[in-house]
Ligand binder design. Structure first.
Ligand code: ADP
Ligand code: MG
Length: 340
């Protein structure tokens, strides 16, 4: 059982500037699995930008061209669970053997392996075996290897051996063609101005783009309402509001370091320079305020600090914002940026 979803094909994965490199690399890998320098092929990008779809498409295409090859798709989460079960049952060797005889291994969301050293270790051995034997490895992740946290260096360096290709936010034209393709496949007609409206307003997540269109179709058919711009507005608003709440620690670090015009690595560094310390404390403060992450998890993601440091940072920011006018402006500016 390859666990591949045939609907996630290349045919259904529309091309645009945002995905051209990743898509072509995927096609190249599919025509010569293990035979290109794209090994591993790592596809990275934000939520809902098509990583899982593209990873399946490569697998589906390989199965099509090389029916004799064994292709396996698995999420890093499931892989981890399987490994834990195998260890419990004393089957560690069987587990490793099972993965070492696969021709094409696709592991989705490898960022999930963060901090899981046992699973990273076993994956390291499987990876080496496959790679040495000319087997293809395809990985997806929510960030580039350089930005990955709590993944062993030796594994990160392997991730960088092949090609890391980014899926970026699709531009307007691509968003329109994705919507049109979806409507066409579902046999639904929709006025052009409505499609444009949805594509104009949902910019950073293809899953939500599709979700909005699905809601629109459902609303109009269940409630026998005509699809109007007003209805589209109501639905789009719901989607855009929902995304606003989803601020990640990565996004916070990026926003804060951009605001102070420094690199994320500077923000995370051990330096005690005052303006850098303050930027770091602000990032921690906002992570506490805008995410559900624990203090320990915030600390480990922002420069590997402990929870006490994060707590101290939050107090410092509270104090400074009530005593220092300039500092209060920082807090207000960044809050605005984070709530767009
Ligand atoms: P990710 O794994 O990056 O979170 P998914 O692969 O689950 O994202 O994609 C989310 C949805 O968007 C899926 O339904 C997928 O089919 C669709 N999608 C993403 N990119 C494209 C694209 N370029 N063309 C068509 N559909 C796309
Ligand atoms: Mg995914």
């Amino acid at each position: 059982e390859s666990q591949l979803n045939p609907n996630y094909s290349f045919e259904n994965f529309l091309e645009g500037d945002s995905n051209r490199l990743a898509r072509s690399a995927g096609l190249a890998v599919a025509s010569k699995p293990g035979g290109t320098s794209f090994n591993p092929l790592l596809i990275f990008g934000g939520v809902g930008l098509g990583k899982t779809h593209l990873a399946h498409a490569i697998g589906v295409d390989i199965k099509d061209k090389y029916p004799e090859k064994t292709v396996l798709y698995i999420s890093a989460e499931k892989f981890t669970q399987q490994y834990i079960d195998a260890v419990k049952k004393n089957n560690r060797n069987d587990f490793i053997h099972f993965y070492q005889i696969i021709d094409v291994l696709i592991i989705d969301d490898v960022q999930f392996l963060s901090g899981k050293s046992g699973t990273q270790d076993v994956f390291f051995h499987i990876f080496n075996h496959l790679h040495q034997n000319g087997k293809q490895v395809i990985l997806t992740s929510d960030k580039a290897p350089v930005d990955m946290q709590d993944i062993e260096q030796r594994l990160l360096s392997r991730f960088k051996w092949g090609l890391s290709a980014e899926l970026q936010n699709p531009d307007f034209e691509t968003r329109v063609s994705i919507l049109k393709n979806k409507l066409y496949r579902d046999g639904v007609e929709m006025p052009e101005d409505i499609i444009d409206y949805v594509a104009k307003n949902i910019k950073t997540n293809v899953r939500e783009l599709e979700g909005a269109i699905i809601s629109l179709i459902a609303q109009s058919s269940f409630n026998k309402k005509e699809i109007t711009i007003d209805l589209a507005k109501q639905i789009v608003e719901k989607f855009v509001k929902n995304t606003k709440r989803e601020v990640s620690i990565d996004y916070i670090q990026k926003t804060v370091s951009e605001y102070f015009q420094m690199d994320i690595s500077t923000l995370q560094s051990k330096t005690r320079k005052r303006h850098i310390v303050q930027a770091r404390q602000l990032a921690m403060f906002f992570a506490k305020k805008f995410t559900k992450a624990s203090l320990a998890s915030i600390g480990s993601q922002i420069g590997k600090r402990d929870h006490a440091t994060v707590l101290h940072a939050c107090k410092t920011v509270d104090n400074l914002s009530s005593t220092d006018k300039q500092f209060r402006k920082y807090v207000e500016d960044i809050t605005k940026k984070l709530s767009i």
